[in-house]
Design a protein around this ligand. Sequence first.
Ligand code: ZN
Length: 307
Amino acid sequence: MPTRRNAVSLLMGCLALAGLSLPVSAQAPEKLKVVTTFSILGDLVRQVGGDRTEVATLVGPNGDAHVYSPSPADGRRLTEAKVVVTNGLKFEGWIDRLVKSSGTQAALVEAAKGLKPLKGEDEEHGHGHAHAGFDPHAWQSIANAKVYVGNIRDALIAADAAGKAAYEANADSYLKQLDALEQEVKGLVAQIPADRRRIITSHDAFRYFGDAYGIEFVSPQGVSTDAEASAKDVAKIIRQIKREAIKAVFVENVSDSRLMERVSKETGARIGQRVYSDALSDEKGPAGTYIDMMRHNIRAFSSALSS
Ligand code: ZN
């Protein structure tokens, strides 16, 4: 027979399980709700935020954030968020309207704030697309990703001062991993013969990577995926591949592969491993985190260019 005392504590336990009678202080602390616009940012925020944060990502793995139609559920996520992290540099052309319509009171943070952006138009090659402004793919340079991490850390601290020490410690350890990653990338680039450091991709997403590590990237499509490559640009790339005997072309995970299939057929250049430009792969894929993505890409480029 249970004593009266035991019966009372059993009852209290049931109430606690049902979340009815516990004082707020005894419950697990509520996590800081953060919304990020795309998967690469989602990973960076998780690295810095750790288990103090609950991160939602609007454009998921393999999704194209250049062209995206937000859903009503996205608006609700924004409304509930305390912090919204965007890339900035006009990458997410749809975000301003979504922020406005959601009425969110969240702190809005541009992860790319403060870094030195590249101009949107590839001046040397002059694709002729009307992408005024800046190239948004700044995360493709690891030095820039470190700027993102600093901005994310500061934003999380501003929204959740009690987590300051945790956010700083997480950021410090992740920044060290990024330093090691950058050394790895530079080491692999150094092994590629200098006259082979030229890469064809379908949309122009790797110019920060090229600028930072000394590889030239050429694309028939501009810095967004919203415009089709012109026949003239495609013809020009085909001539260049033949003239320079370029062996491989690459398709990004967010791009339609048909254009590069055609280029491959006309030039004999083979299509290299799929590379990840604007989105991570899903968790089981080769690019489930930012670090895995950067490592996968440089290995894909280096194995195609070195062989
Ligand atoms: Zn892109």
